[in-house]
Design a protein around this ligand. Structure first.
Ligand code: ATP
Length: 235
C-alpha cells in the first residue's frame, strides 16, 4: 500500500479543456483532462513532447486559465479566484523546481534559498536562518556560503529544491528536474525529492521524460494528445 493519504485530495481536475488560438489555427492542448492527486504522493506526469504536460501544470498552478472543466487545488476552485488571489495563493502554497536551476549567480546558496521568503516580506535574518535549515535538509549545510558557480549541477539542483520548499508549500511542481544532470546526480535528486515528500507530507508532481527515474514515483500519469490515458500505481 502506498504511503500517501488517498483520502486527502490535493488536486481534483475534471474535464479540463484548454485551446490555444492564433489567428485561424487552434491547438487543443488539453482535450479533457481528469486527474486526482493525493497529499504526500509523488506523481510523475509523463508523455511525448507536445502532449500537454506543461499546459496542464500551468493550469493547476493558475499560471494559465482554461476554457472549461473544474479544477480544485488545495481546496481552491481556480475558476472562481481573482488574478490577485491566484498570485498570492501560488506564492504561498506552491513551490517550483525547474530543469535549469534558475539560481542567481551573485547570491550564495543560503541567499538563493531565502529568496521566496525575502520576496514575501520576511526579514532577512529570519529568512536566512530558515534557508540554512532547509539547506541542511537537502544535505548542503556546508555549502551555505558558496556561490552557485562553485557548486556541481546536482548541488545546484538541491539548492533549487531547498528554495522551492523553504516557504513550506503544500504542492511542489518539478519540471524535468533531472534532465540536465548526469545519472548519479539525477538519482540523488530523486532520492531527495522522495524523502522530502515522505518526511514533510508535501505533494510533488514531477514532469519528466527520464524513464530512469520512474521508480521513484508513487503513481505515473501517462499523457497523450491532451488527455491522461492511464494512471499506474508504482509498486
Ligand atoms: N502559448 C501557446 N500558444 C500556442 N500553442 C501552444 C502554446 N503553448 C503550448 N502550445 C501547444 O500546445 C500543445 C501542448 O504543449 P505543451 O507545452 O503543454 O506540451 P508538453 O507535453 O509540455 O511538451 P514538452 O514535453 O515538449 O515540453 C503543443 O501542441 C504546443 O505546441
Amino acid at each position: 500500500m502506498a504511503e500517501y493519504h488517498k483520502r486527502n485530495r490535493v488536486l481534483h481536475c475534471t474535464d479540463i479543456v484548454k485551446t490555444f488560438s492564433s489567428g485561424e489555427t487552434e491547438v487543443k492542448a488539453l482535450q479533457s483532462v481528469n486527474l486526482d492527486v493525493y497529499q504526500g504522493e509523488l506523481l510523475m506526469l509523463v508523455g511525448p513532447s507536445g502532449c500537454g504536460k506543461t499546459t496542464f501544470v500551468s493550469v493547476i498552478t493558475a499560471l494559465l486559465g482554461f476554457d472549461s472543466g473544474r479544477c480544485i487545488v488545495l481546496g481552491y476552485d481556480l475558476s472562481t479566484m481573482s488574478d490577485q488571489k491566484k498570485t498570492a495563493w501560488r506564492g504561498r502554497e506552491i513551490g517550483f523546481v525547474f530543469q535549469a536551476f534558475n539560481l542567481i549567480p551573485a547570491l550564495s546558496a543560503a541567499e538563493n534559498t531565502a529568496l521566496p521568503l525575502t520576496i514575501s516580506g520576511i526579514n532577512k535574518t529570519t529568512a536566512i536562518s530558515r534557508a540554512k535549515e532547509m539547506l541542511k535538509a537537502v544535505g548542503l549545510e556546508s555549502k551555505k556560503y558558496v556561490l552557485p558557480g562553485n557548486l556541481s549541477g546536482g548541488q545546484q539542483q538541491r539548492v533549487a529544491i531547498a528554495r522551492a520548499l523553504v516557504h513550506r508549500p503544500k504542492l511542489v511542481i518539478c519540471d524535468e528536474p533531472t534532465s540536465s544532470l548526469d545519472h548519479e546526480s539525477g538519482q540523488m535528486v530523486m532520492e531527495l525529492l522522495k524523502k522530502l515528500t515522505k518526511e514533510h507530507g508535501v505533494t510533488m508532481i514531477v514532469v519528466t521524460h527520464d524513464n530512469r527515474i520512474y521508480r521513484y514515483a508513487d503513481r505515473i500519469a501517462h499523457m497523450e494528445d491532451g488527455r491522461i490515458i492511464k494512471v499506474e500505481e508504482n509498486r
